[in-house]
Design a protein around this ligand. Sequence first.
Ligand SMILES: Cc1ncc(COP(=O)(O)O)c(C=O)c1O
Length: 370
Amino acid sequence: MELKPFRLERYFAKYEFTAPHLLCCSDCESLAVGDLLKFEQNAHEELSSLWLGYTESLGSPELRTQIATLYQNISSTQILVHSGAEEAIFNFMNVALATGDHIIVHTPYYQSLGDVARSIGANVTEWKGNPNCAWELDLQFLKENVTERTKVVVVNFPHNPTGYLPNPEFLHELSNLSNKWGFIVFSDEVYRGLEYNSTECLPTFADINERGISLGVMSKSYGLAGLRIGWIATRNKRLFDALAAFKDYTTICNSAPSEYLATLALCHRHSIIGRNLGIIRRNLSMLTSFFSRHQDFFEWHEPKAGPIAFPRYLGGSVEQFCDDLVRHAGVLLLPGTLYDDESDCFRIGFGRSNFTECLLTLEQFLVNYK
Ligand SMILES: Cc1ncc(COP(=O)(O)O)c(C=O)c1O
């Protein structure tokens, strides 16, 4: 297995703790431990007396019970907790794929969703959203490219980096195709709950399909990336057992304080998500007016969900633009080339509280930038 450097993470490693204006983050504004503990009267005491031995490998029963409430047809025994979504992606690809297998991946994609499969020797077909049509995915493409060797189809709704969200009919059709061909759908739902119009929230894939997997995490919609708590939900018992056994070779079990805090946060998820959606709505309206003032520089594609979007830079090389911006103004955007996208798009994030000041700095930079 030979893994290529994770370009997006390497880019963040260079700038995340040095650039003063992070304008491309994909997570929502975080909270301090004390903010979470304030949700319940005895939480402080419970955390202080928490035992720091090994925890249950599948995840703490309390946490798995809370996570299961996010689903309609999934019980706590069908939840497997991981260290972030990243561990779940890595383990799933290793369990589900072998050299020569075929996988189809929603593109552009968060790098590990395609590159772990490549490193295993699987053949990856990129299923690209249409940039001229709000990054819509065409099911016809899937029908034309699926074969007997197709083991996995990866989708990511709401989508990183475009904010694309299909309708429920799309998801049901995908489920029918999975039943017909026997491939497993790995549905990355880490931005679920951040739909701007709640009626557009999709059912989870694990709820509608017995073979498929839904991936969730505390990092994005809840803004609690530092907990490193992610999970998979599935009714596919064989796959669940194989994933649980594989985890013995990666993290064995999760951090007890993280599990405690994640359980607490999920008990109060409506407050946390409500706050985060408030921040997103306020920032998105500022961003929309910003792009209408700067149509000479950018082409704006309004997302449907999540804290990120993927507009296009019209002035030439997006890499050069992002490089000039971070070096001269300390504002970090992510060039689309980090996603292997060559259309001069870039990722912009608007889930954080300091967004106004970051956007203002970008706007000042544009005054003298040609
Ligand atoms: C679509 C998607 N999936 C998975 C992950 C990994 O999440 P985590 O860093 O919380 O493990 C990310 C992180 O950016 C993501 O955007």
